[in-house]
Design a protein around this ligand. Structure first.
Ligand SMILES: O=C([O-])CC(=O)C(=O)O
Ligand SMILES: [Mg+2]
Length: 388
């Protein structure tokens, strides 16, 4: 069997919101289809992938380097030993041919997106949900259909007053979420505290609220926020400083003993390892948000999980960024602590298969082959348009 074609289309996921660092008015993503010669129900098996919000579409890199490398390789070098399915690890090595180490950023997004589509195809060819396949291959068969999810929102919307912010947060709780997230650092500390107080008047408990600074703060500002946020007992304080400023992250623990989270902008196992080595993160309370779609895919994420294991970290401390069904499958199949979700943003890409409800902060994975995109009608219609 072999891959016959790989298509990419860059699509808008724009909205007028902003965090402390960027606005999303020009945000795009790459949608990828990996078309195989395996026929099921009269149609070729196609794997799909897309990159999460925050980095832009990567069609040029894919077309220049990664897609040609796969299509020019001898197909026999990209399949498993029995020749019955694709081997994501071999395909990853093929994509990474003639790439130097270090400098991860856009290339890791391009490879991560293709990797997602490859895993989707592999699980579809085995005719099972990806979370089951991952559990069988890498987790002694153990999976948990129930995955914790939290609602990420609380962006700076033009013209949104405190009452509208409260309504937004209430709507997440009404939809079954038990933890919500808001942005900080896009306003003054005083203004952010007013926003937090308003939200807590709805939630009633700091542990139901995470805050995310998107890497905006220098050391002094990160510490000032740490001191001010300490009063609330929050779910987490996320990405206070630059993602590669491990000293800032390590210093913060002297001012903030509640949970912190970071890692969504670390795009390789090596960068993740530096965070663990030098970032002062605490395995008993902090959270890691590495997002496979932005960081060389699941093949690399497996290396990251192995690295964490060697450093005494449980996979349960991982709650990936990105709000996609790929990480939902990884969470269910490999025992992560949960997954992000953006109930009203980045549609139709984010979210769950149709009919999947959030109940007491958890979703239950349905039995759809592959990642499960076919179960989300508005997403699947974009995917079909690319592959047909
Ligand atoms: O606003 C963003 O860039 C997304 C983000 O940080 C998150 O979901 O944690
Ligand atoms: Mg974030």
């Amino acid at each position: 069997m072999k891959i016959v074609e790989i298509r990419e289309k860059t699509l808008p996921i724009s909205s007028p919101i902003r965090n402390a660092y960027i606005d999303f008015s020009k945000m795009t993503l790459s949608l990828v289809a990996v078309i195989t010669d395996v026929i099921r129900d009269g149609r070729p098996v196609v794997g799909y992938g897309f990159n999460s919000n925050g980095r832009y579409g990567q069609g040029n890199l894919m077309r220049e380097r990664f897609i040609p490398r796969i299509l020019q390789a001898d197909p026999a070098t990209l399949v498993n030993d029995t020749g019955t399915n694709l081997d994501p690890h071999k395909i990853w090595n093929c994509m990474f041919t003639n790439e130097k180490p270090g400098g991860h950023g856009e290339r890791s997004v391009a490879i991560g997106t293709i990797d997602m589509a490859v895993w989707d195809a592999v699980a579809k060819i085995e005719n099972k949900p990806l979370f089951r396949l991952l559990a069988e291959r890498y987790n002694g068969g153990r999976f948990d259909r129930k995955v914790f999810v939290y609602a990420a929102g609380g962006y700076y919307h033009p013209g949104q007053d405190l009452n509208a912010l409260k309504d937004e947060m209430r709507s997440y709780i009404d939809r079954g979420y038990t933890v919500v997230k808001k942005k900080i650092g896009g306003a003054s500390l005083d203004e952010d505290l007013r926003r937090i107080d308003a939200i807590l008047s709805v939630l009633g408990d700091g542990r139901k609220l995470a805050v995310d600074a998107n890497g905006r703060f220098d050391m002094d500002t990160a510490i000032a926020y740490a001191k001010a946020l300490s009063q609330y007992d929050l779910f987490w304080y996320e990405e206070a400083g630059d993602p590669l400023d491990f000293e800032l992250q390590a210093m913060l623990r002297n001012y903030y003993d509640k949970p912190m989270a970071t890692g969504e902008n670390l795009f390789s196992m090596q960068d993740a390892r530096n965070l663990i080595r030098y970032g002062g993160m605490r395995a008993d309370r902090d959270w890691l948000q590495f997002d496979c779609a932005l960081s060389y895919g699941l093949v690399e994420y497996l290396r990251t999980l192995e690295m964490l294991h060697q450093h005494g970290w449980s996979a349960e401390r991982c709650i990936p960024h990105g709000g996609h069904q790929m990480s939902l499958n990884i969470a269910a199949g490999l025992g992560l602590g949960g997954n992000e979700s953006y109930p009203d943003l980045f549609q139709p890409f984010g979210g769950f298969p149709d009919g999947v409800q959030v109940v007491d902060g958890y979703v239950t994975m349905p039995d759809l082959p592959g990642i499960g995109f076919e179960g989300k009608a508005n997403l699947y219609s974009e995917m079909r348009a690319l592959s047909s």
